[in-house]
Design a protein around this ligand. Structure first.
Ligand SMILES: Cc1cc2nc3c(=O)[nH]c(=O)nc-3n(C[C@H](O)[C@H](O)[C@H](O)COP(=O)(O)OP(=O)(O)OC[C@H]3O[C@@H](n4cnc5c(N)ncnc54)[C@H](O)[C@@H]3O)c2cc1C
Length: 346
């Protein structure tokens, strides 16, 4: 991946903090509207959750459709599903011509037991009534419009569309302060006066603004080497979204999740795989019949909100400061379109 080393600018019309899928999407939409954005990232682009995730492009929130209808109401749930389908279409359109390993074969949500099966069957029914493609085969809910992508390549592709000099890596923002005329940003001894600042820092947002209610939660994964057998037909999601796996066309298997088995331990910012969770991922890999050995194990930090929906908009009491964060483990499905909504509202 290209490097974009740089410094904090002294002035910026719009300063985006965070170089993941959200920050690079924001830059893309700002540029499309002729607005001047500069993105600063403390490490390198896609170094956060965006370069560590499973690459599922799923419609909707973490909950299945029936549960989402119960939580948000039918009309809002339908709007959210529509919005995530738009996210999928428009994000892939934006990176057209660049290789991001996108496939759109659908996804399967596998029932873990009777309770989930009932809820998934109901979801299929409600989705069809609301005009979405969905099928229930007694064991799995199939969403034919879902897909998968290489997430780091997608962020890299969006970054390549940015204006020269608009991305600056190695800039660790330490504070943001609102004033009546602009926003003062501090990073490693340097200062920037920005017309406005957008925090695209997902799980890390409370480290800059502690009043933002986003909880950091760890997710772990493993990858195997290429396996000669076809072990999995579709990206699969199970146990109410806590467990997931898929096989790449080149044979490697990705397995992730299982934080439901250590819910209170899988919190915070320590991006380190643990034996306890990794043992569950190993069992799943074997259960799928994989013979290839594990080549990579890793962890990343997701940002969760109370409502289960992202925080996209102004920060209360801090003029000129906005968040586009809190993607509840589904940023690949939400961030591109959330960034567009925020830029449209500026
Ligand atoms: C293991 C795992 C599997 C997942 N699987 C999926 C999946 O299959 N599908 C899906 O949709 N989602 C998935 N997710 C969630 C998804 O990765 C996130 O929702 C998404 O990447 C959030 O993107 P972001 O750009 O908002 O945040 P991030 O990618 O975390 O980016 C935030 C960036 O901000 C930078 N930053 C933070 N603080 C500062 C600072 N003070 N100064 C400068 N820079 C700063 C960080 O370095 C980081 O690069 C998964 C997450 C994990 C960890």
């Amino acid at each position: 991946m290209e490097r974009y080393l740089g410094r904090l600018p002294e002035r910026a019309d719009i300063l985006v903090i965070g170089g993941g899928i959200t920050g690079t999407s924001l830059l893309h939409h700002l540029r499309a509207r002729g607005m001047n954005g500069v993105l600063v990232e403390r490490a390198h682009i896609a170094s956060g959750a965006s370069g560590r995730n499973a690459g599922f492009l799923l419609a909707g929130v973490a909950d299945n459709y029936a549960d989402a209808v119960r939580a948000y109401g039918r009309s809002r749930a339908r709007t959210i599903w529509q919005m995530t389908l738009e996210n999928h279409d428009t994000m892939i359109e934006a990176v057209a011509g660049q290789d991001v390993d996108h496939r759109r074969l659908g996804s399967a949500t596998l029932a873990s037991g009777e309770e989930e099966a009932e809820s998934l069957a109901e979801s299929a029914q409600l989705l069809s009534e609301d005009g979405f493609e969905a099928g229930w085969d007694g064991r799995r809910l199939i969403n034919p419009r879902d897909g998968e992508v290489n997430p780091a390549s997608t962020v890299g592709a969006l970054a390549r569309l940015a204006k020269a000099g608009a991305i600056r890596e190695g800039v660790n923002v330490t504070a943001v302060e609102a004033s009546s005329s602009d926003v003062l940003v501090h990073a490693d001894g340097a200062e920037c006066r920005a017309g406005c600042v957008i925090l695209a820092t997902n799980a890390y947002t409370p480290l800059l603004l502690p009043q933002i209610a986003i909880q950091p939660r760890r997710a772990q994964m493993l990858a195997s080497g290429p396996d000669a057998s076809h072990l999995c037909d579709l990206p699969t999601y199970s146990h109410f979204g806590y467990r997931y796996w898929r096989q790449l066309p080149t044979g490697e298997v990705l397995v992730g999740g299982w934080r439901d088995t250590a819910y209170d331990e899988e919190v915070g910012y320590e991006e380190r795989p643990t034996d306890k969770i990794q043992a569950h991922l190993d069992v799943q890999l074997k259960r799928m019949g994989a013979e290839a050995a594990v080549t990579h194990r890793w962890a990343g930090t997701m940002g969760f909100t109370e409502s289960g929906l992202p925080l996209v908009g102004p920060v209360e009491g801090m003029p000129g400061i906005y968040t586009c964060a809190g993607f509840n483990g589904h940023g690949m499905g939400f961030a591109f379109v959330s960034a567009k909504r925020l830029v449209d509202s500026l």
